[in-house]
Design a binder for this molecule. Structure first.
Ligand SMILES: [Zn+2]
Length: 72
């Protein structure tokens, strides 16, 4: 499934070359919206990819289901 270097995806860190994708972080912006950013788990470089969430009340995450391993 991998080994395609020409796919149209953004998963390689431009700073350190880490190739396995990014962590996500949220940054509050005005009008009850938050911006999603990416952080390289290897070097910590963050990226703004222009994602804005729908309306959110605040950055107060609610815990939801914990997913275990798929064994049934
Ligand atoms: Zn990096």
């Amino acid at each position: 499934m991998d080994s395609k270097d020409t796919d149209n995806s953004f998963r390689v860190c431009l700073s350190c070359g880490y190739q396995r994708g990014f962590h996500v972080h949220f940054k509050a912006v005005s009008e009850g919206k938050a911006r999603l950013g990416l952080i390289c788990p290897n070097c910590g470089q963050s990226y703004d990819i222009g994602w804005l969430t729908a309306d959110v009340a605040g950055l107060e995450p609610k815990k939801e289901d914990v997913y275990g391993e798929m064994d049934h």
